[in-house]
Design a protein around this ligand. Sequence first.
Ligand SMILES: Cc1cc2nc3c(=O)[nH]c(=O)nc-3n(C[C@H](O)[C@H](O)[C@H](O)COP(=O)(O)OP(=O)(O)OC[C@H]3O[C@@H](n4cnc5c(N)ncnc54)[C@H](O)[C@@H]3O)c2cc1C
Length: 440
Amino acid sequence: MNKHILIVGGGYVGLYTALRLQRKLRRELRDGSVRITIVDPNSYMTYQPFLPEAAAGNLSPRHMVAPLRRVLPKVRILNGMVTEVDHNERTVTFDPLEGPAREIAYDILVMAAGSISRTLPIPGLTDIGIGFKTVGEAIALRNRVLHLLDVAESTEDPEVRRRALTFVVVGAGFAGVEALAELEDMAKHSTRYYRNIKPADIRWVLVEASDRILPEVGPEMGKWTLEQLRERGIDVKLETRLESCVGGHVVLSDGTAFEAETLVWTAGVKPSPVAAGGGLPLDERGRIKTTTMLTVDGVKDAFAAGDAAGVPDVTSPGEYCAPNAQHAVRQAKVLADNVMRSMRGQKLVEYRHKYVGSVAGLGLHRGVANVYGVKLRGFPAWFMHRTYHLSRVPTLNRKVRVVVDWTLALFFRRETISLGEMEHPRDGFRAAVATMRRVA
Ligand SMILES: Cc1cc2nc3c(=O)[nH]c(=O)nc-3n(C[C@H](O)[C@H](O)[C@H](O)COP(=O)(O)OP(=O)(O)OC[C@H]3O[C@@H](n4cnc5c(N)ncnc54)[C@H](O)[C@@H]3O)c2cc1C
């Protein structure tokens, strides 16, 4: 046996698959009969359920990511994108962070490239819209909200102020609802430091095309969450679509039109483009078609799981597993075992997991949960949200850092500093150079 396992994507599926292989194939990795490579543009795995907490400033962004090279010392990590897969030749095209693209040969392929935001051709969306899937987006949003409070406090123009203080979130799944609830909570808390901004001056609008929010916690808890958000003054618009947002002029399908400086797009995900980049079979939603054993349907030596894969849900015949971390982590375990079984010529096992429900944070000390039929609201749900996600964070090191962040937040007031200038670190230097030219 001399095998090279190539994993495309170092997120949930990629990291957990590699972790298990690293542990179970210790001997083979040592004697060189097995090599594992992960390709990912980032050198870290993002624990996405903590993005809202990072945006709210309860968690340091560095603590909600797991550094791949440190966690996976026996695995080669290459940073860049896989742009094409030629499975007949058992090669991928790898586009590194710098320099020309090159081919990498492999024996076994694991497709774990996750998903990207599912956007629509809405006028203006690319101008003012921002997604909520990466650490960069979460921190940029945090900086933006705080910066716009500064703008509103410092202007005398009521139009500029109103526009700065209007925030729109499109899509009311857990990413949208949690992002909105945490940011609203943070903004409300921050107003105590501003003389001219009261919580009621800030307008939050949640736009949802269907007639319910947070389907992940079921209809009853979704309805409860809706009432909670409305009680907090959030304008939740159901059965409403975003029609356009050119230059920040937001037009909704219910006829409402207003100006907003910020629009967060969380209206679903679609598979990473690399899923379609290599002749692997796709399902009707563009995901890599897999069997219940997490092998790519009808293709030898290729596996796929997570958001990029259409995995049949054996607990609900005719349906697919939803794109969430609950499935991704469990699929990774079965996938790693099946990779080893296939190398040893053993029978593969089926992926079977019945969705157990979800927990969501709705701001500090507030949450909603529906897990194994147990429905919780408010503080108990928030506590469950934190303990559940803490238990899922990879490595003890990260867990400790997260707990330290939370503990500090218990004793000190929350950080409300906008470090937006970090996104433009050369501006000051450029301005200095410009003054020098004028003097010359
Ligand atoms: C804000 C937010 C909150 C969430 N909360 C929850 C929650 O509470 N509970 C829950 O169950 N789920 C939650 N999810 C969903 C969950 O995070 C995803 O379902 C999970 O991350 C999917 O795992 P994955 O490995 O398929 O993809 P990811 O974890 O996204 O990993 C994919 C990786 O592939 C890399 N990649 C992409 N394209 C390429 C390429 N061409 N070449 C190489 N690498 C590539 C990416 O950089 C990324 O690192 C949340 C998601 C978000 C955005």
